[in-house]
Design a protein around this ligand. Structure first.
Ligand SMILES: [Zn+2]
Length: 362
């Protein structure tokens, strides 16, 4: 069992972890607690809670670091087994549950812990804005706003401060800077907006939808044709630009776009996806055609078990009986064969499903 010497408290009785499936630690994923807790409170919560969640470390609002899951194990934190297998995950306390704002003490401990982890495993923090980097975010894998707009805006700064420390440079006092709009772009991450234009990608090379959407800017790509990613309830619904935006959020009128706006426009034909963890339903298993299927309500119905994998240690896993229910599964890496924007469904493995639990992977 190993954990950082920076931790001042350990409660490693959470049941919710796996081994690392042979993966080496090469990433760090900071999360937000959306609570003004101490690290100890959070680790104790993971130890007793029945929610299937955990984290390697928890940093409190006073900067205390608690260990919850040993570094040899993947905690269940990021809704993505590959990321959790490769990452040390760190829950951070917040003084604003909406923006995810942290105290200076939490920020300093996060920087210190990241430096310690990077030194011990021999990697640097590389923030690419997607899951290919060594500094990743929960929202890259699931429909969540975690780690919150405050930390998301500071991910490049976190990488820069940690790498400067690894290089032995002195960094100016690490006061987190005020979130800023990338130069040239009018709106910044976290701004609520309303728009009449959505593109399925930031380059605007595919279909441009016209309608009426409200949401929050989730990401800004400087210089892109459609630089603003529009998120609703933590899910990206498309990209827009200055011409499409007015800043008066309202409930869209009319229903003509209601089905197409719900689809995660980031998913498109040819992309590869996996899914968040899903509990199978109570209906047992059913043979449909040649396939033995389980009921996955989040995907919209019966789905072949040959295309899912079980999450180790979930109920029903050890006795290998999927139809005992409560087994937790996820869709393994699969190609999106087709997208039907009008019906808000995508085709994977020859079957049309609800795209909500799907998340694009490299
Ligand atoms: Zn998270």
């Amino acid at each position: 069992m190993s954990y950082s010497g920076l931790a001042t408290y350990c409660n490693r009785t959470s049941q919710h972890y796996d081994g690392r499936f042979g993966y080496k630690v090469c990433k760090i994923t900071p999360h937000y607690m959306a609570a003004a807790w101490s690290g100890k409170q959070c680790a104790d919560y993971f130890a007793r809670n029945t929610r299937q969640a955990s984290s390697n470390y928890c940093i409190g609002i006073n900067g205390d670091i608690a260990c919850s899951v040993d570094e040899e194990n993947a905690a269940w934190t990021s809704s993505n087994w590959l990321n959790d297998s490769q990452s040390i995950t760190i829950e951070c306390g917040n003084i604003n549950n909406v923006t995810g704002e942290m105290t200076q003490a939490t920020w300093d401990s996060l920087v210190n812990l990241c430096v310690d982890i990077c030194k011990r495993y021999g990697f640097r923090l590389n923030y690419t804005g997607n899951s290919s980097g060594s500094l990743t975010m929960h929202k890259m894998f699931a429909a969540t706003s975690c780690p919150g707009a405050w930390l998301e805006a500071r991910m490049p700064q976190l990488a820069q401060e940690v790498n400067a420390r690894l290089d032995g440079q002195t960094v100016a006092p690490s006061a987190p800077s005020t979130p800023n709009t990338p130069s040239g772009e009018k709106y910044s991450v976290g701004t609520p907006i309303c728009t009449n234009t959505l593109s399925v990608n930031c380059y605007g090379t595919s279909k441009i939808l016209k309608g009426d959407w409200s949401g929050t800017i989730g990401r800004v790509i400087k210089g892109a044709k459609y630089p603003y990613r529009v998120d609703r309830n933590g899910v990206a619904i498309g990209w827009t630009n200055d011409a499409g935006i007015d800043t008066d959020p309202h409930t869209p009128v009319g229903t003509t776009q209601s089905s197409s706006e719900a689809i995660d426009q980031i998913l498109h034909e040819g992309s590869y996806v996996t899914s968040v963890h899903m509990k199978i339903g109570n209906q047992g298993l059913k043979k449909i055609g040649d396939d033995l299927c389980c009921y996955l309500s989040q995907l919209g119905g019966w789905f072949p078990i040959r295309m899912v994998d079980k999450v180790p240690n979930s109920d029903g896993y050890n006795d290998n009986v999927l139809h005992t229910t409560n087994a937790v599964v996820y869709v393994t890496r699969i190609r999106v064969d087709a997208v039907n924007v009008q019906k808000n469904i995508v085709k994977i493995g020859g079957i049309w499903v609800d795209p909500t639990p799907l998340t694009e992977i490299a």
